[in-house]
Write a protein that binds this ligand. Sequence first.
Ligand code: GLA
Length: 384
Amino acid sequence: MAGQATELIEKFRWKYPKSGTPRVVRAPGRINLIGDHTDYNEGFVLPMAIELACWIASAENDLGILRIHSEDLQKYIEMPIALLAEAAPRDDWSDYPIGVAQELQAAGVEFPGMDLFIDSTLPMGVGLSSSAALECAVALSLLGNQRMERVDIAKICQRAENYFAGTPCGIMDQFAIMHGREGGAIRLDCRSLEFEAVPLMRSAAVVAVNSMVKRELSASGYSDRRKECEAAIDLIAEKHPEVQSLRDVTPEMVQEIEDAGPLYGRVHHVVSENMRVAAFVQAARQNNPTAMGKYMVQSHRSLRDDYEVSCPEVDFLVETAMELAGVYGARMTGGGFGGCTVNLINRESLPEFRRRIKAFYQYRYGIDPQVFLCEPAAGAGQFG
Ligand code: GLA
């Protein structure tokens, strides 16, 4: 990591020769082990911050201008601080940093003109939360030495994503990035925002496999599901007015809407997924990867059949993984409609798993899937 920071500082100096000595911040990506499409239903999730991360070197300038360079995209944007409040989204990468800057200002945070240099080991757009990592890294850079609670940084970044970048995401990604723990995942209650560390055994590796599929549907499908959940709450609340969100729905109430078409499946998924998060955490605490894997597969089937956010390529990756030696469990992870699977594997079987899952997928779809070993990492913060 130290090498990464030194290299980043050198690149920063090259790009902004007149700027002062930069601070370096790092914000990890995340992979969700279990509990998908539950965060915006005030339920439970179990994400893990990972070593792949977004890095930013930053220093003040005396120009009154926010200058941002993305090394991965080879793109640059600048914006006078005085005009930030009026900035409008451009529908590109810059919406994340500008949105965060605007939200920080709206929250009363003041910052001077600054130079930011973004570099990342986190692949973009594969479902490992590169955009949320970028948001959190930008927030920490602009805050400098000003203190803000981690949970408030996460909320500001979520707001930037919701209102500026225009994605109606929940709190999971930004929260996990700000609160990651070395050695494991965190179980988050998305209603109270209370969380606890859940250590994972070293003998089991968490591996992401990227289907390389990015469906047009992912944005519209995600907001459709959110609307369906709201419709389901209205329906259930007709008989049970105490129900404020799907978090409050009991298994008995789920059965009462058995005839509600797709809404039944949506609710069935959310209610059962919350229970699976609890069961998975208990299995992790008992060092029982076989049971953890079983819940992962159940989660996948529920997301595929009840919530209908999977796709054939991702289903193929899950089913194939489950045939391979040393694999305890596999499931889609994140929003769905493509993206990555998360696999829990006996660490010794990793080389064989990598070789075989690539070969099978290539044979079936003619695409070489990326495979990422995801080691748990600490949450975002200043480096050095
Ligand atoms: C995306 C969103 C998260 C969450 C997941 C599904 O990753 O950003 O807030 O809703 O999908 O669990």
